[in-house]
Write a protein of this length. Structure first.
Length: 205
């Protein structure tokens, strides 16, 4: 999980959420990106060690934080958002001012939790909307499980002959640019059939 935090965030709340998600397993990522070095220091030096010390014996959170914990201090919120989209976290919490900006700006995440009140543990257990989410940066191109995943989408095309004047010629030229003469000839054949005697620009320039 990834937390984005600015100077308005509560370090104790940030830390408790990081540790809570780290207990999923010894390879669970626990990332914090922030514009506040003071907040980062407080989380790393005080809050997380205090919480880990109080976790039950055998908790995976200690190993996960040691091996997969990561904290980055960046210049501004735009850098934080860009880095977040690059990491494409499964769970993404925002502890920062101007939540509408974050909602509009962030693009790659499995599930987004806006504000201190909405956190990943609630999403894990009871708040929804669903918790079968893309991991390992898959949220760059796919979302969480939904009814959409169980639908088989079928597409079809129809075209009238007048549209062929432009489309078949374009298809022929594109095919030839790609070195696919057979594709190009499928387009050529229709132009010759539908518009006998007309001349079309079908070659590569």
């Amino acid at each position: 999980m990834l937390i984005l935090a600015d100077g308005t965030a509560d370090p104790a709340m940030v830390a408790v959420d990081l540790v809570g998600q780290a207990e999923h397993g010894p390879t669970s990522p626990a990332w914090l990106f922030t514009t506040s070095e003071a907040l980062a220091r407080r989380v790393i030096d005080v809050e997380v060690p205090r919480l880990l010390a109080a976790m039950p014996a055998g908790s995976a959170a200690r190993d996960a934080w040691r091996d997969y914990g990561e904290v980055a201090v960046v210049a501004d919120r735009a850098q934080m958002a860009a880095l977040s989209d690059h990491y494409a976290a499964e769970h993404l919490e925002v502890h920062a001012a101007d939540l509408p900006w974050w909602l509009e700006t962030l693009r790659n995440y499995g599930s987004l939790f806006l504000g201190e009140e909405a956190h990943t543990s609630l999403g894990d257990k009871c708040s929804g909307p669903n918790h079968i989410l893309p991991t390992k940066r898959v949220s760059r191109y796919s979302g969480g499980l939904s009814v959409d995943k169980f639908l088989r989408k079928l597409t079809y095309q129809r075209m009238n002959r007048e549209a062929c004047r432009e489309m078949q010629a374009a298809g022929a030229r594109i095919s030839r640019l790609e070195g696919m003469e057979g594709h190009a000839r499928s387009c050529d054949a229709r132009l010759h059939k539908y518009f006998p005697g007309e001349k079309f620009d079908l070659d590569i320039k």
